[in-house]
Ligand binder design. Structure first.
Ligand code: HPA
Length: 269
């Protein structure tokens, strides 16, 4: 596994002519954020040795090298989900490669169902913490020597970046929520009882991604910042039907706000 990580990093490095320190993973319906990036080079996942390939509707599947907010960045347009059948090692492989490419800060976005009763569709939630409710931990098995056997998760989401996001959102007059993201394996959306359970567990939003990548990023010492776009609501008195199309539509509508904050954060951090 470690050899494959190094091999892939070496392959990508030989094609890179800049050295980004910041990476972005774009989630469901947020691929258009990629339009904000001044692209210098793109590599389809299919061309990268040892990389998995995305399948789900709405995910393009390429690495983008370019600039955002005047900073060099590496963006993953399309991510790997556990529900697609990938192992946790595959889902998080790109984050391990990022480490070898010199990335020290990772921004992640996702679409999520709001379990906090005060949330509304279209809200932007800064992830302050997470609950890993997936069936496996990506660090399961022999420790990959990019980090410690027992990594600390006390500040999985970087407090300074959270403060920065708050400050920028306030300057721009954009409302943001703070909340705990619960990760489930998917692919079905939750039953009303499950939404209620996640709320009782301490979750404010629930989704099917992000947590594996953050666990691995923290293992290798990359600091993380995450945005959830609240695309649907669950666990309320009235049962709401959720479709992938509704989720994509709500995420699309929130994109400009997320992009505005993220661009500025990258520029200032
Ligand atoms: N549950 C899980 N994943 C999701 C949801 C949800 O309600 N909305 C968007 N992704």
């Amino acid at each position: 596994m470690y050899e494959q990580i190094l091999e892939t990093a070496k392959w990508i490095k030989s094609r890179m002519n800049h050295t980004p320190k910041t990476a972005v993973i774009l989630g469901t319906g947020l691929g258009q954020l990629a339009a904000e990036i001044k692209t210098e080079m793109e590599i389809p996942y299919a061309d990268i040795p040892n990389f998995p390939v995305t399948t789900v509707d709405g995910h393009a599947g390429k690495l983008i090298f370019g600039t955002l907010g005047g900073k060099e960045i590496l963006a993953m347009d399309g991510r790997f989900h556990y529900y697609e059948g990938y192992s946790m090692k595959e889902v998080t492989f790109p984050v391990r490669v990022m480490k070898e490419l010199g990335i020290n800060t990772l921004y992640l976005t996702n679409a999520a169902g709001g379990t906090n009763p005060s949330y509304r569709i279209g809200d932007i939630m800064i992830i302050t913490d997470h609950i890993n409710n997936m069936p496996e931990n990506p660090l399961h098995g022999e420790n990959i020597p990019q980090g410690p056997r027992f990594p600390d998760m006390g500040h999985a989401y970087d407090p300074e970046l959270i403060d920065l996001a708050d400050a920028i959102a306030a300057e721009k007059g954009l409302k943001v929520r703070h909340g705990v993201y619960v990760a489930t394996q998917g692919p079905c959306y939750e039953t009303p009882a499950e939404y209620r359970m996640y709320a009782q567990m301490g979750g404010d939003a629930v989704g099917m991604s992000t947590v594996p990548e953050v666990i691995v990023a923290r293992h290798v010492g990359i600091r993380c910042f995450g945005f959830s776009i609240i695309t649907d609501l669950g666990g309320h008195a009235q049962v709401m039907k959720v479709t992938h199309e509704d989720v994509q539509k709500a995420a699309n509508e929130a994109q400009p706000r997320v992009a505005a904050i993220m661009r500025e954060m990258i520029e200032r951090s």
